[in-house]
Design a protein around this ligand. Structure first.
Ligand code: SAM
Length: 369
């Protein structure tokens, strides 16, 4: 009870800030499967997004502002309030933007998704330590049915936050995913002697949204989605069973992207989308090295995640960046990791970075032929 008043105030403040950054809702559109949207017709604005003046936002790293936020977050009672406030704000902001978060989660939780677990789960997998911590305001991180059931709504909200001026949720998704896919295609065509993409691996595929976009873009390729959460993969497999069958059904693998156990040189494209900011630096380095091993000569690695240079992120309001940092434990490590250097040290060449929406960068690189 003692916390309810500050909590309500904080939630209201957070929700107000989040809403101010989002476009007014236009129409109810979540029922359209985001992955089935046609990204080929998305308005093209590749690389035209505005960069800020700083090297990275002031709220990360060893700046006084970053230290202040970190001190606030590490004060347990305040952290609990922030975490709860962050969750409430995320849900209410999503629902105001026509993403029926609770309805979507309920649909999954009341479905037969649980049946997929046995065929998906690799019982001998040992989870890395960082993965077992509370995360995204879930006490058990990504290892719960609730996190899995809410993942699609959370992903849609991310697209909406990135593109608040888009005329609809579909358009936001089409721009965000369409530009990312275009950046990958352009890179591969430019730098690979054989531009054919036959085998694709999506590391950190979550509930399969990025994986389905890749499969739609490259319909002749065999696509594999890999993730550490069997709950997320169960949702991915459950959703695939409800879709029109594909010529090459997506294969789902429960494994650690740092050490997949898959054969060397067996993919033409490895994608790691919105995963790195959730990992400590050593894991980012391992993921990049593993991708190098898995790619054929001439193969392309595509990373997409928060941009250090994004003007919008550099100018995020204090309430919002405190909120983001309270649910993303490795954000500082992400922002302080030199990704170009990590890629070069792993052996990649032709490293290219482009802002593919106002918040996110897509970095593409090639394994030398
Ligand atoms: C934000 S989600 C990715 C979303 C998805 N790629 C998309 O674009 O819609 C991040 C995912 O990375 C996964 N992940 C984190 N560390 C991983 C690792 N070492 N190996 C495989 N997956 C990992 C998490 O389980 C989570 O599903």
């Amino acid at each position: 009870m003692a916390l309810s008043s500050p909590l309500q105030n904080l939630s209201a403040l957070i929700a107000a800030s989040a809403n101010a950054a989002a476009a007014p809702p236009r129409r109810r559109s979540w029922a359209v499967d985001a992955a089935a949207s046609d990204t080929s017709t998305a308005p093209v604005q590749l690389g035209g997004y505005e960069e800020g003046k700083l090297e990275r936002p002031k709220w990360v790293g060893e700046t006084p502002l970053s230290r202040l936020v970190q001190t606030l977050i590490s004060f347990k009672p305040l952290y609990s309030i922030l975490k709860l406030g962050a969750r409430r704000a995320l849900i209410s902001t999503a629902e105001k933007n026509n993403i029926p978060w609770r309805e979507m989660a309920k649909e999954i939780l009341e479905s037969e998704v649980y049946r997929e677990m046995d065929s998906i789960q690799n019982q001998s997998l040992v989870y890395p330590d960082y993965y077992l911590n509370p995360f995204h305001a879930y006490e058990e991180g990504n290892l719960t049915w609730l996190a899995a059931a809410e993942a699609e709504a959370a992903t849609m909200s991310m697209a909406r936050r990135a593109l608040p001026d888009a005329s609809s949720l579909e358009e936001a998704n089409q721009i965000l995913r369409g530009n990312w896919l275009r950046a990958i295609e352009q890179h591969h065509t430019q730098y690979s002697e054989s531009s054919v993409i036959s085998d694709i691996l999506d590391i950190g595929c979550s509930v399969g949204i990025s994986t389905r976009y890749l499969a739609d873009k490259f319909p002749t390729a065999k696509v594999t989605g890999l993730d550490l959460s069997p709950y997320f993969l169960a949702v991915a497999q459950h959703k695939q069973k409800k879709e029109t069958p594909r010529k090459f059904p997506i294969r789902w693998i429960h494994a650690n992207g740092e050490d997949t156990g898959l054969p060397s040189e067996s993919f033409d494209l490895v994608s790691i989308a919105f995963v790195l900011h959730e990992c400590p630096t050593r894991v980012m380095v391992n993921l990049v090295k593993e991708a190098f091993r898995l790619l054929r000569p001439g193969g392309t690695l595509a990373l997409t995640d928060f941009s250090l240079k994004s003007k919008v992120l550099q100018e995020l309001s204090p309430v919002l960046f405190t909120l983001v940092k309270s649910t993303e434990p490795f954000l500082d490590e992400y922002y302080l990791t030199d990704m170009d250097q990590t890629l070069r040290e792993a052996g990649f060449v032709n490293i290219t970075s482009i802002l593919t929406d106002p918040r996110h960068v897509t970095i593409t690189a090639t394994v030398p032929q």
